[in-house]
Design a protein around this ligand. Structure first.
Ligand code: ZN
Length: 183
């Protein structure tokens, strides 16, 4: 299984199998603190604003997000996040993804979300957001269902990227070494 233990988490790049899998719910009482801590450290090291467990090869529904536009002091750990509602106009924004180094795509997503999740301590929470954080949450929750940001492109735009995606996919299938992710 790809549900592997946390030590030595490494970023998975496009082409890795875990990025296309549907993740399972975290059970009540299941300890995900080590996974969350490792993901937070990796996100910070990579300079990202969000990271989902399948991006480190772990197929559990857990994401970490930070607020790009508000400098909240601590990022948020979301266990089993569910987007209950999307609202507002679909707004364009240039997104990156840690699993696609150096690829930035302008995508439209609804401006706001209401997301229900459990926090790192297991408490049920609901968050209503219409800042950039709402976009990050949508991007990361997609990952938990094996959906990647390139899936939101039109066929034509995806076709234009075909060569780059092929090269990335090849790199994602290489054995994992000390590959650095820059974005
Ligand atoms: Zn991503």
């Amino acid at each position: 299984m790809l549900d592997e233990p946390t030590p030595g988490v490494a970023l998975r790049i496009y082409g890795a199998a875990s990025l296309r899998r549907r993740c399972r719910e975290v059970a009540a009482g299941e300890d995900v603190s080590a996974l969350a801590a490792a993901m937070l450290a990796l996100m910070e090291r990579a300079g990202g604003v969000g990271l989902a467990a399948p991006q480190v090869g772990d197929l559990r529904r857990l994401i970490v997000v930070s607020e790009p536009d508000r400098r909240r002091s601590r990022p948020i750990v979301m266990v089993n996040p569910v987007i209950e509602e999307r609202f507002g106009p679909a707004v364009p924004f240039e997104e990156g993804c840690l699993s696609f180094p150096d690829l930035y795509l302008t995508l439209r997503r609804p401006r706001g979300v209401v997301v229900r999740y459990r926090d790192a301590g297991g408490a049920a929470r609901t968050l209503r957001e219409d800042s950039l954080l709402a976009r990050v949450i949508q991007h990361e929750v997609d990952h938990l269902d094996g959906i990647l940001f390139i899936d939101h492109l039109t066929r034509w735009r995806r076709w234009l990227l075909a060569g780059r995606l092929l090269r990335l996919r090849a790199s994602g299938r290489m054995p994992l070494g000390a590959r650095e992710a820059r974005a």
